[in-house]
Ligand binder design. Structure first.
Ligand code: COA
Length: 155
């Protein structure tokens, strides 16, 4: 992207994250009320919300919360999205790499996982994530797959 140098990934306030999460992930589906934009654990002390910013524009969101993986310490990625106008321009990839790096360097952990929407599976695969479940349905959000990525350098 020509404006890649202006892209900044940084922690984002919860309310700003919820606004963008709702707009990009829930409002586009029928019947999701705004209050459902907040997920359990969003205000846990360890939960961290990240934003992608082009100048003052908030163009991407992602949230990390602790969430065991098969009994081992791990982090769950949730609410990952970029605004339609920047899709395919590298913002999502930069945001994903940033949260992966956070898990390794700040949280000293080596497993990250998510429940990926079907159409987004290829995006995560592009970054080395693996599908580890059968397709399952999330009411109103459609088909999902559990995906995981082992990270090197964590505990
Ligand atoms: C999925 C999403 C976050 C990707 O963000 P993005 O800003 O378009 O991603 P990027 O431009 O950084 O793409 C990085 C790479 O992934 C690829 N990619 C992006 N979306 C893809 C998809 N849905 N399927 C396959 N590959 C994809 C790009 O082609 C690019 O590959 P390249 O580096 O080889 O050129 C974005 O499309 C989105 O917000 N979608 C709607 C909400 C959603 O489904 N979120 C995920 C919920 S689990």
């Amino acid at each position: 992207m020509s404006d890649a140098d202006a892209l900044v990934i940084r922690p984002a306030p919860l309310e700003q994250t919820l606004d963008l999460r709702y707009e990009l992930l829930l409002a586009v589906l029928d019947g999701w009320p705004r209050e459902e934009a907040q997920f359990p654990g969003d205000d846990d002390a360890q939960t961290t919300h990240f934003g992608a910013y082009l100048g003052d524009r908030h163009v991407g969101c992602a949230t990390l919360k602790t969430g065991d993986w098969e009994g081992d310490p791990a982090w769950q990625l949730r609410g990952m999205a970029t605004t339609p106008d920047v899709r395919g321009r590298g913002v999502g990839g930069r945001l994903l790499e940033h949260v992966e790096q956070y898990v390794v360097t700040e949280a000293d952990c080596d497993i990250i996982w998510c429940n990926a929407r079907g159409p987004a599976v290829g995006f995560y695969e592009r970054f080395g994530w693996n599908v580890v479940s059968e397709e399952f349905d999330v009411p109103r959000a459609g088909p999902h797959f559990r995906m995981v990525k082992p990270l090197s350098g964590g505990a």
